[in-house]
Write a protein that binds this ligand. Structure first.
Ligand code: E4P
Length: 217
């Protein structure tokens, strides 16, 4: 399973990247706003740091304008994945980008039907948003399962990039289902290291070690 980091916070990406945890990065307009940075500048900085795909999202809503924006974003670096929304115009732009050999991440996917269209339009990645479905009492993980089944049935090459991840359980559940990639905020990836029994066990070991009066270095 590949790990993408869902942020435009360069310091947070660097910390995880230095540990070899980063296979790619996803950004979106809200994350660019949160970073307070210029989209072209921050995306270039991320692309210089990370070898894998870095998703940069278009904001136009008509295909021809999306294509102009996407081609500009693609010029930032060779590892850009152009991110387009799952609308008819987004699919049109996806097909145009894919035909020219660009990687495309089709985002804001909330149904298996949408995921089929993205695969047929040549998307490299489909981004189903788990957390936002859970937020409205639908089942985000069930969507990942459905897309996995459908893509496997027809040998679609589009990778399932599970997005809108809110918890460690989301990540392990996606791994069990067979999502190709997860994209998660840095804090959720770091929280994967936590376990109450690890903390309790370490606490006991340290107390016992102190009683020995020994030192290792
Ligand atoms: C994915 O590419 C999106 O940037 C992201 O996962 C959305 O997550 P959110 O629903 O927590 O905003």
């Amino acid at each position: 399973m590949k790990f993408f980091v869902d942020t435009a916070d360069v310091a947070a990406i660097k910390e995880l990247n230095d540990l070899g945890m980063v296979d790619g990065v996803t950004t979106n307009p809200s994350l660019i706003l949160k970073s307070g940075r210029d989209i072209l500048e921050v995306t270039r900085e991320i692309c210089d740091m990370v070898g894998g795909p870095v998703s940069a999202e278009v904001v136009a809503t008509e295909a021809k304008d999306m294509i102009a924006e996407g081609l500009k974003l693609a010029k930032i670096a060779s590892n850009i994945a152009i991110k387009v929304p799952l609308t008819w115009d987004g699919l049109t732009a996806c097909k145009a980008f894919a035909s020219e050999g660009h990687k495309v991440n089709v985002t804001l996917c909330f149904s298996a039907a949408q995921a089929i269209l993205a695969a047929k339009a040549g998307a490299s990645f489909i981004s189903p948003f788990i957390g936002r479905l859970d937020d409205i009492n639908l089942d985000g993980l069930e969507l990942i399962e459905d897309i996995r089944t459908i893509y496997d049935n027809y040998d679609f090459k589009t990778e399932i990039l599970a997005a809108s991840i809110r918890s460690v359980n989301h990540i392990t559940d996606c791994a069990k289902i067979g999502a190709d990639v997860i994209t998660a905020p840095p804090a959720v990836i770091k929280a994967m290291a936590n376990h109450v029994l690890t903390d309790k066990g370490l606490d006991q070991f340290l107390k016992d070690w102190a009683k020995t009066g020994q030192k290792i270095v």
